[in-house]
Design a protein around this ligand. Structure first.
Ligand code: ZN
Length: 496
C-alpha cells in the first residue's frame, strides 16, 4: 500500500504552472542573475530526501576510506560551499563530501547537501580547478534545489512516496545500475536527468561560485571537455548523461567567466596537494567500475564501515522488474521474514511505539513514518508493515474524518486496487476513542490479496492520526498479533 501524504497541498499547487524566469541576464551587474526555480517543497523536504538517498548510497556504493584524500576533498568542498551566494544558502542544508571508490567519471549531489565524487572524476581532472568545477556544478544543483524543483514540475499529480521518489530519482543515475545489476549502468528507470535550463543554471552558478572561491571559472568549462575526451567504455558519458549539455556549454561558461572577477585572495589553479592526491590514488589498486561493483553483488561495499543492513535486491532472490530499481526491496512472492517477537522503541515527536526488531524505519516523510521488514518496501509502498501519520480533514468528527481519510487513501495513486471492506468498528488508541476499518485487494506487487487495517483517532490539534497495518491476507494471522502489540504500545504525545 502506498502512503498518502500532503494530498491537498498537491491539489492546491497543481495549477501553479507559471515558470520562473530562470536565468535573467543583467549586464549591469556584470554577471548573470539566477533565480531558483519554483518549488512547492519545503527546504526540509530536500534535507530528508537527501538523507534518505545518502543512506542508500552508503549501503550500496564503496566509499574510499583514505583520511588524507577525504579531508582534501572536504577542504575544497567547504571552500566552495562558503562561496555560495547568500540567497542560495539554506541554513538547514548540511554539505558533506565523500569519495566513491569507483572508476567511472561521475559525481552527484543529493538534495540538502550530501555530495559524492567518484575517484574516477578526481583521476580524470587535470588540476584542482577542474575537480572543483564539477563540485561547484553539483553544489549549485543542490543549492538551487533542483531535485525538488524538478519534482514540482513533473509530479504535480503524484501522491504517495514523493520524497522516496525524489531520493530514488536523484540516485537512480549513479546507483540505479547497481540495484538493477546487469542492466545498463547509470540509467535506472528513475534516473534524474536534469533539464537543460537547470543545467545552464548549475553551469552559471557553478562558475560564479568558482570565482568567489578563488578558482578560475574557466576550469569548469575545461572539465566538460576533459570528461568528453574520456568518453567511451564505462567512463565519460555517464556524468554527461545526467547533466546534458544545454547547448554551447563550453562557450556559455567562458562567456560568464569573462564577466566574473576571480577572488584575489585566491588559491592557484593547481596545487601540490591535488597532484599528491592523484599520485596517491595511482598507488591504490585500480578502482572497480560501477558495473563491476554491481556484478560483484555488493555484498558489503564498505567492508563493515557503513551500515549495511539492507539485503541486496540483486543477490538472485529478488528479480527486479526495473520499474523503480533504485529503491525496491520487494520479495516478489518470496516470503518475507516473520516479524520478530523482540521489540525496540521508536517514534518521533508525535508518538512512541514498539516495533519488531527486524523492521526498519523507512525515511519518514512529511507527516508520516513507515516500518517494514526487508523485502517488503519500495517505491510502491509497503507490502508488510505499519505506517503512522497525521492528515488534516475537513471534518472534526472522528467518523466523518476517518471516512474522508479512507476515501482519499483509496483514490491515491498506487492504492486503487484496495476496497473498504465493511464499516468502522470502535476501538481505543492510547486511551482515546478510535475507529478501525479494513481494506482489501489484490496487491500488484505480491500478486496476493492484501489486507490493510486502518485505525484512526482525533488529535487535540484537530488532525486525524492514523496507523495502518499492511500484510498479505494469508499471513494476516501472524501479523495481526504484531499489529495488536504495536497498537498496545502506541503512545501519543500529549502535546497533540
Ligand atoms: Zn548538472
Amino acid at each position: 500500500m502506498t502512503n498518502i501524504n500532503n494530498r491537498r497541498a498537491h491539489r492546491l499547487t497543481a495549477w501553479l504552472m507559471a515558470l520562473a524566469i530562470l536565468v535573467m541576464p543583467l549586464a549591469a551587474l556584470g554577471q548573470t542573475r539566477i533565480e531558483a526555480p519554483r518549488n512547492k517543497y519545503n527546504v526540509q523536504d530536500d534535507v530528508k530526501a537527501g538523507q534518505q538517498a545518502a543512506q542508500q548510497v552508503y549501503q550500496q556504493m564503496p566509499m574510499l576510506r583514505d583520511e588524507g584524500i577525504r579531508s582534501y576533498v572536504n577542504s575544497v568542498g567547504s571552500r566552495l560551499v562558503s562561496a555560495i551566494p547568500s540567497e542560495f544558502q539554506h541554513p538547514e542544508f548540511r554539505y558533506s563530501f565523500d569519495v566513491v571508490d569507483a572508476r567511472d567519471i561521475n559525481a552527484f549531489a543529493l538534495p540538502g547537501g550530501p555530495l559524492f565524487v567518484n575517484r574516477g572524476m578526481i583521476e580524470a581532472a587535470h588540476n584542482e580547478g577542474e575537480m572543483a568545477g564539477v563540485m561547484a556544478h553539483e553544489i549549485s544543483h543542490a543549492a538551487l534545489r533542483h531535485a525538488t524543483a524538478q519534482a514540482t514540475e513533473t509530479q504535480k499529480y503524484q501522491i504517495g512516496s514523493v520524497l522516496g521518489q525524489i531520493a530514488g530519482a536523484v540516485i537512480g543515475g549513479p546507483i540505479g545500475g547497481i540495484v538493477g545489476a546487469g542492466s545498463q549502468i547509470g540509467f535506472g528507470a528513475g534516473a534524474l536527468k536534469y533539464s537543460r535550463k537547470y543545467e545552464t543554471q548549475a553551469d552559471i552558478l557553478g562558475a560564479q561560485i568558482m570565482a568567489r572561491a578563488g578558482y578560475d571559472p574557466r576550469d569548469l568549462a575545461n572539465m566538460f571537455r576533459t570528461i568528453e575526451r574520456q568518453g567511451g567504455g564505462s567512463g565519460g558519458p555517464e556524468w554527461l548523461s545526467s547533466h546534458p549539455n544545454p547547448g554551447n556549454r563550453y562557450e556559455r561558461i567562458n562567456q560568464e567567466a569573462a564577466m566574473l572577477r576571480v577572488n584575489p585572495n585566491a588559491a592557484t589553479q593547481d596545487t601540490r596537494q591535488f597532484r599528491d592526491v592523484q599520485a596517491r590514488l595511482r598507488g591504490f589498486p585500480r578502482a572497480r567500475s560501477m558495473e563491476e561493483i554491481a556484478r560483484s553483488g555488493q555484498q558489503n561495499p564498505n567492508q563493515g564501515n557503513y551500515p549495511n543492513d539492507r539485503r541486496n535486491p540483486n543477490d538472485g532472490r529478488y528479480p527486479n522488474d526495473g520499474r523503480n530499481p533504485q529503491d525496491d526491496s520487494y520479495g516478489r512472492g518470496e516470503r518475507v521474514a516473520y516479524p520478530s517477537t523482540r521489540y525496540r522503541n521508536d517514534g518521533n515527536n508525535l508518538f512512541r511505539v514498539a516495533i519488531p526488531e527486524n523492521w526498519r524505519q523507512l525515511g519518514s516523510e512529511g507527516n508520516s513514518v513507515s516500518y517494514a521488514p526487508e523485502g517488503a518496501y519500495g517505491s510502491q509502498g509497503i507490502t508488510h508493515g505499519v505506517m503512522f501519520g497525521t492528515d488534516r480533514e475537513q471534518y472534526s468528527d472522528l467518523q466523518r474524518a476517518s471516512q474522508q481519510y479512507v476515501n482519499d487513501l483509496l483514490q491515491a495513486q498506487g492504492n486503487t486496487y484496495l476496497r473498504q471492506s465493511g464499516g468502522f468498528q470502535r476501538t481505543t488508541v492510547n486511551g482515546r476513542n478510535a475507529l478501525a476499518t479494513t481494506l482489501m485487494g489484490r496487491s500488484p506487487i505480491t500478486g496476493r490479496t492484501e489486507r490493510v487495517t486502518i485505525i484512526t483517532t482525533m488529535l487535540g490539534s484537530g488532525d486525524l492520526f492514523y496507523m495502518a497495518g499492511v500484510a498479505p491476507s494469508d499471513e494476516y494471522g501472524t501479523y495481526q498479533r504484531t499489529f495488536a502489540d504495536i497498537l498496545r504500545s502506541l503512545q501519543l504525545s500529549n502535546q497533540y
